[in-house]
Each structure stands twice: as C-alpha cells, then as structure tokens.
Design a protein around this ligand. Structure first.
Ligand code: CTP
Ligand code: MG
Length: 231
C-alpha cells in the first residue's frame, strides 16, 4: 500500500509528577538539551513524517517557539487534564490537509529514543492493517500482588504485550474513538485502548524495548545512554 506523508501528534502537556521538580520532565535536560527536543528532532527527521502537532500544557512558559524542524512545520495546541484529552485536542488542531481518512501517528514527547527503523516498520505494517502500535511481548514472569505486596498468583505471559508509541490510526476513526471514550467516562491510557473500545483490533508491531518512556528521575541517565545507541 502506498503511503503519503503523515502528521504526528506529540502529547507534551503532562506535568511529570513521577519525576518531580519544578520543570515538567519534557523540558528537563537530556544530554544538555530539553528532553522533548530530542523527540521532536527524531520525528521530524523521519522521511515519512510531514509535520508535527505538539500538544502543550495550558500554562506552558517553556516552549521555545519552534516553527519548523528539518524543514517541516511544527504547530502547537493546548492539551487537557489526561493524556487522551491532549491527544484529542491535537487531532482536532491538525491542518485541514489531513483528511479524516489520513493516517496519523501519535508519539509521546517522553519517548526520545524511538528508532527510525521502528517508525518505518510501524507505518509499513499498520497502514495495511487499518491501524496499530509499537509494542513488545512481555519477557518477565508476571505476578499478581495482594494488598500486602505478596505474590498471590502468577499470570500467564503469553499474548501479553507492553504498549509503546508511536501508535498509528486514521484521523477520523481515532478522533471518534477518543471522543466516545470520553463521553462514556472511560479514561483510556493509549490510543489503541480507545480503538479497542470502538471495536477495532489494532495491529501489534514489535519494536525495540529501548524505546523507553522517561518516567522517573533515574530514567534520564538511561535515556542519555540510549540516545546515541538508538540512532
Ligand atoms: N501528557 C499529555 N497530557 C496529559 C498527560 C500527559 O500530553 N494530560 C503527555 C506527557 O507530556 C507525556 C505523555 O503524555 O509526553 C506520556 O505521559 P506520562 O509519561 O504519564 O507523562 P506525565 O503525565 O507528564 O507524567 P506523570 O504521569 O508522572 O505525571
Ligand atoms: Mg501521566
């Protein structure tokens, strides 16, 4: 299936409470530059990505007013209380040239180590499948804890995947799915969950596990190590 240029929505409206500190994590330095800048540059450098829609927090005073990267437009809009609200806001703010049938990528600002090859693989496999996401099958044995932190049972590991981003869906279908989740009061933790609720079965595309989501302060050292190794 031939594939035109894609826009990417980048949710960056979180507060980074698990990292802590004054500055939201997306602006904290990683290898000397704001975390989010690494992510945006990597996305803009991808040949199949046409433009970026960055979703910022309502009181963001740190956005460096980047209008373009790698010659591609970088637009911004304001997000909401939950990640799913931010993604929906980003989808709504996309330019009209992105039709309802067009595929869009959604990628967390907090995942700077995503590999170009994995983005390409997701596009190649998930477009003909009608939508999908990067992820990886669980490797470790999975335990269910009781309230006291003791292992109650061992859960089956087969068919269990960790979900990453980017995730790729059609603009119209994803917008409708996120809106439906929102009106029914379901907080979806990723795009694929919204699509599952809407009756779709997103394709799981295996990607590198070093596509980490920087979540805690300790993750910065790991991401700094991984950055040059995931180019
Ligand atoms: N995000 C967003 N809007 C929100 C919440 C999160 O755009 N209301 C974005 C974050 O900025 C991040 C991505 O979604 O790029 C993944 O979320 P997460 O890693 O949970 O970041 P935070 O919500 O900022 O961190 P925490 O949950 O620790 O507060
Ligand atoms: Mg969060």
């Amino acid at each position: 299936m031939s594939m035109g240029p894609l826009w990417c929505v980048v949710p960056a409206a979180g507060r980074g409470t698990r990292v802590g500190g004054q500055l939201p994590k997306q602006y904290l330095p990683l290898a000397g530059r704001p975390l989010m800048l690494h992510t945006l540059e990597r996305l803009a450098a991808h040949q199949q990505i046409a433009g970026l829609m960055v979703v910022l927090g309502g009181r963001d005073e740190h956005w460096p007013a980047i209008g373009q990267l790698e010659g591609k437009p970088v637009l911004t809009t304001v997000g909401g209380a939950e990640r799913c609200d931010s993604v929906l806001a980003g989808l709504r703010a996309l330019p009209a040239e992105v039709t309802d049938d067009a595929f869009v990528l959604v990628h967390d600002a907090a995942r700077p180590c995503v590999r170009q090859a994995d983005i390409a693989r997701l596009i190649e496999l998930a477009v003909p499948a009608g939508g999908g996401l990067l992820g990886a099958p669980l490797r470790d044995t999975l335990k269910r804890a009781d309230d006291g932190g003791r292992s109650q049972a061992t859960e089956p590991r087969d068919h269990r995947w960790r979900a990453f981003t980017p995730q790729l869906f059609r603009r119209g279908e994803l917008s409708a799915a996120l809106l439906a989740a929102s009106v029914t009061g379901v907080t979806v933790s990723d795009e694929a969950m919204a699509m599952e609720h809407a009756g779709f079965a997103p394709l799981l595309v295996e990607g590198a596990e070093d596509n980490i989501k920087v979540t805690t302060a300790a993750d910065f050292a790991l991401a700094e190590f991984l950055l040059p190794r995931t180019l």
